[in-house]
Design a protein around this ligand. Sequence first.
Ligand SMILES: [Zn+2]
Length: 362
Amino acid sequence: MTPLLSLRTLAAVLALTAALPRALAADVAPRPAYEKMLKIDVHSHIFEDVPAIHALFARINDRTINVCVPGGDGQLALMDRIAFELYAKHPQLYPVTTTFDLLTRDEPNYATRTIAALDRAFARGAVAVKIWKEVGIEIKNRDGKFILPDDPLFDPIYAHLAKVGKPLHAHLAEPIDAWLPLDKDSNHYSYYSTNPQWHLHGKPEYPSHAAIIAARDNIMKKHPTLVVVGAHLGSLEHDLDGIADRLARYPNFSIEVSARTRNLTRHPAEKVRALFQKFPDRILYGVDAGWMPHRRDTPPTTAQRQGHVTSLELRYRADWDYYAGQGETTYNNRTCKSQYLQGSEYQIYDYRKVRITEWLDR
Ligand SMILES: [Zn+2]
């Protein structure tokens, strides 16, 4: 090697190393500190005023939408009361998604009464309306047939939501695993092995997964201006192409990831990343944390409350490592590749894209 060549090589190396940090800086913004970003978890069920939960949200710069559900177990009035009391005390932390009564569906003027009740909830600050999986796989009509979510019974309600601009937060159907044999390797094994009433494999009398998803899609066909947020990846957690297809077909459809980030971690990382990049403003963040002392026989202890807060923060931080981290991470004891979302792709956490956040600016 001649000295001249060596100098040329050195110059080339220097030029390259000088250019590299600039290129990296342009393409790869440093990951912001988790606490710095104002975030929103669009799916929680917090039905007690727990100062430790408020403190967590304040510390990590998060807030949540508190979801009342279901509408068919007679607890709706109690849930609404607790949720709106919490909202009145902490309006920046706990906006409310209400739901509607299903018990009186066979009585006269069901839609008119339901719309009036929803309008009262909106007047109190409710930002959205939840519909739960009981519609599709639990409640039946007078003929003994399961009522699907696109039943004409609900059309006046959906039309009203579209008119007043309130989103329908739709947990319809279940993960496909509900229709498959129990599988110990499934993300949903512990739920279906302990909640056999929702495990529909071998129960042909129930509507199929595809029938309920088609009925959900049909709501959007019938009410194209209605904003629908598909809870739990729109119950298409096994089918990223199916999610992309719906997001492309229905411009007012969004999804949220609550309780299904674990499913995303099992898909090829590049495919998940492509979905986020294609629909950055249509995928919302959530965890689906439940704190529901009103359903228990005995009140929770301080230690149990603190345990809930600790596990919630661990979940938030594990999700952050998956969505915003780089390289491999561990999620639910399995190794997976982080999404390494950057810059505008952090929108999964961005409260501004949630079309139901006028409350933040009050
Ligand atoms: Zn939930």
